[in-house]
Design a protein around this ligand. Structure first.
Ligand SMILES: NC(=O)c1ccc[n+]([C@@H]2O[C@H](COP(=O)([O-])OP(=O)(O)OC[C@H]3O[C@@H](n4cnc5c(N)ncnc54)[C@H](O)[C@@H]3O)[C@@H](O)[C@H]2O)c1
Length: 437
C-alpha cells in the first residue's frame, strides 16, 4: 500500500449541493452559518471537534482532525440545492421546525439567499409528495443534462473551486437493481428511454458523477450504489459514499450490539419502534418508501452478530423495526427498543432503551462531515466507494466481495486509520506490546 502523494490544500471555495432542501439540509446549512458566526458549537461533527492520536500513547500527539488533514474551512463553503417546493432556505427551515425562530432570524439573510433550483421529480418514486418547482424534459437524459447545466452555472456563479453533492431528498420507493443498472452503456440507453428503473435520485447522481463530483446518498434509496455508477465514478474519479445516515435508533443499535457481542451475550429478539412527525415521517408512512427504510435499518444486526459464526447466540434472532407517522412530535423522534438477551446457562434478561432524539440535529453533522471528507478524498485521488465513511451510514457501501462493516467502533478505527494513511502516519493497531517489552 503506497500512501497517496501530498494532498493538495483545500484552497478556494467548496460548493456543497444538497438535493432536497428539507429538514436535514436546512438544519445543516443554518448550523454552518450559526457556527461560522460563533453563535453555536458544531457538536456531533468529527471533522470540527474530533481529535486523532498519532504515534505511541507516550508521545502525547493528538491534533484536531481538521488540523491534521487539509479539510475545507467552514468559511469557504457555499450551499446550493434543488427542491420540488419553491421556499427559500429560511422559509424551508421554518416549515421544518427543527431550529428555533430566533436562532434562524439571526442568519435570515444568508438563508433567504439560497433558493432551490427546480427539481427532477416524479411522484411515482415518492408517493406522498408533490410540488410545483419541477423541471420538464424530453426524457431522463435531457433532465440529467439540465442538472449538469445547473451544476456548472452554480459553480461559475459562486466561483467554486470544487463541488460535492449529497442526496438529502425524501426516501424513494423500494427498488431492486436490474439490467439497466449494470453498465454505463445500459444506463445511458435507459436514460434516453426514460426507463422506470431510473428514479429521480439516480438522475442527480449520474449528473454529479459524470462531472467527477463526489456524491453521497444520505437516504436509503437505490441511487449511486449500482455497477453503472461505480463504472462511471471510476472513469471520472468521483468518490462515493452512502447509504442512509446512521443517526437515531440505528446509531444506538450499532453502539449497543457490538458491546453485547463482545461479551458473548445472546440475543433472541430486538424490537424497535419509532414515532416521527416530520415530512420524512409522512413520506415513510407510504409502505413502498417504508420498505426501503426497513431494509436499510434491518441489515445492521445480522452483520454485527454474525449468526453463522455464533449460532448458539444469534441464530434465530427476531428483529422487528416499525416507524409510525405521528405529527404532534414533528422532528423530535422517539424510539423504543426492547432487547431480549440471554446470559450464562441461558437465563433471559431484558434491556429497554427509550431515545428521545432530534432527527435532523443528529443528521446535520453527518452531512457536513460527509461533504468535507468526500472533498478530501477527491483531492487525495481516492475515487469510487469510500468504505472508511461507513461510520456515517446505516447501509454502508462496500466492495462486492466483502460484507459491510456495521460496528461503529471498527468503523471509527477504519476512518481514523484512513486519515493516518493519507498523511503517511503509522497506522494504529492497538497491540501496544512496545510499552511492556
Ligand atoms: N434525519 C435523520 O435522522 C435521517 C437519517 C437517515 C436518513 N434520513 C433521510 O434523509 C432524507 C431527508 O430527511 P428530511 O428529514 O430532511 O426530510 P424532508 O422531507 O424534510 O426533506 C426532504 C426534501 O426532499 C425534497 N425532495 C423529494 N424528492 C426530491 C427530488 N426528486 N428532488 C429535489 N428535492 C426532492 C422534498 O420536497 C423535501 O423538501 C430522507 O430520505 C430521510 O429518510 C434522515
Amino acid at each position: 500500500m503506497t500512501p497517496p502523494a501530498q494532498i493538495p490544500q483545500a484552497s478556494g471555495t467548496l460548493g456543497v449541493l444538497l438535493v432536497g432542501l428539507g429538514a436535514v439540509a436546512t438544519t445543516t446549512i443554518a448550523g454552518v452559518f450559526a457556527i461560522r458566526k460563533g453563535l453555536a458549537l458544531p457538536i456531533g461533527s468529527l471533522t470540527q471537534m474530533g481529535t486523532i492520536r498519532l504515534g505511541k500513547r507516550s508521545e502525547g500527539r493528538s491534533p484536531k482532525i481538521k488540523e491534521f488533514v487539509p479539510l475545507a474551512h467552514l468559511n469557504d463553503i457555499v450551499f446550493g440545492g434543488w427542491d420540488i417546493f419553491e421556499e427559500d432556505c429560511y422559509a424551508a427551515a421554518r416549515t421544518a421546525g427543527v431550529l428555533e425562530g430566533a436562532q434562524l432570524d439571526v442568519i435570515r439573510d444568508e438563508l433567504e439567499a439560497i433558493r432551490p433550483m427546480p427539481a427532477v421529480f416524479d411522484q411515482r418514486y415518492v408517493k406522498r409528495l408533490d410540488g410545483p418547482n419541477v423541471k420538464k424534459g424530453r426524457n431522463k437524459r435531457d433532465l440529467a443534462e439540465q442538472v449538469i447545466a445547473d451544476i456548472r452555472a452554480f459553480k461559475a456563479r459562486h466561483g467554486c473551486d470544487r463541488l460535492v453533492m449529497i442526496w438529502t431528498g425524501s426516501t424513494e420507493v423500494y427498488m431492486k437493481e436490474t439490467a439497466v443498472h449494470q453498465s454505463v452503456a445500459s444506463f445511458e440507453k435507459a436514460l434516453e428511454q426514460s426507463d422506470d428503473a431510473i428514479p429521480s435520485s439516480m438522475v442527480y447522481a449520474y449528473a454529479a458523477i459524470s462531472e467527477g463530483i463526489p456524491f453521497a446518498n444520505a437516504a436509503p434509496n437505490l441511487t449511486a450504489d449500482v455497477p453503472a455508477m461505480l463504472e462511471l465514478a471510476a472513469r471520472t474519479k468521483a468518490p462515493l459514499a452512502g447509504n442512509d445516515m446512521k443517526t437515531g435508533q440505528t446509531l444506538i443499535k450499532t453502539i449497543i450490539a457490538p458491546g453485547l457481542k463482545a461479551r458473548l451475550l445472546g440475543v433472541r429478539g430486538w424490537y424497535s419502534t419509532n414515532i416521527l412527525g416530520n415530512r420524512d415521517g409522512e413520506v415513510l408512512d407510504d409502505p413502498e418508501s417504508f420498505k426501503t427504510k426497513e431494509e436499510s435499518k434491518k441489515s445492521a444486526l445480522d452483520y454485527i452478530f454474525q449468526p453463522q459464526l455464533y449460532p448458539d447466540l444469534y441464530k434465530d434472532l427476531c428483529h422487528v423495526v416499525r416507524i409510525n407517522y405521528y405529527p404532534p412530535r414533528g422532528d423530535n423522534k422517539e424510539g423504543w427498543d426492547n432487547i431480549d438477551l440471554v446470559g450464562w446457562l441461558g437465563y433471559p434478561m431484558q434491556l429497554k432503551i427509550n431515545f428521545l432524539c432530534r432527527d435532523s440535529i443528529l443528521a446535520a453533522p453527518i452531512v457536513l462531515d460527509s461533504a468535507l471528507f468526500l472533498d478530501l478524498a477527491k483531492r487525495a485521488g481516492m475515487s469510487g466507494i469510500q468504505e472508511w465513511l461507513s461510520f456515517y451510514f446505516k447501509a454502508p457501501m462496500h466492495a462486492p466481495e466483502v460484507y459491510p462493516e456495521h460496528d461503529l467502533f471498527i468503523q471509527l478505527m477504519k476512518l481514523k486509520n484512513t486519515l493516518r494513511y493519507m498523511q503517511g502516519e503509522e497506522l494504529i493497531t492497538h497491540l501496544g506490546r512496545e510499552y511492556y517489552d
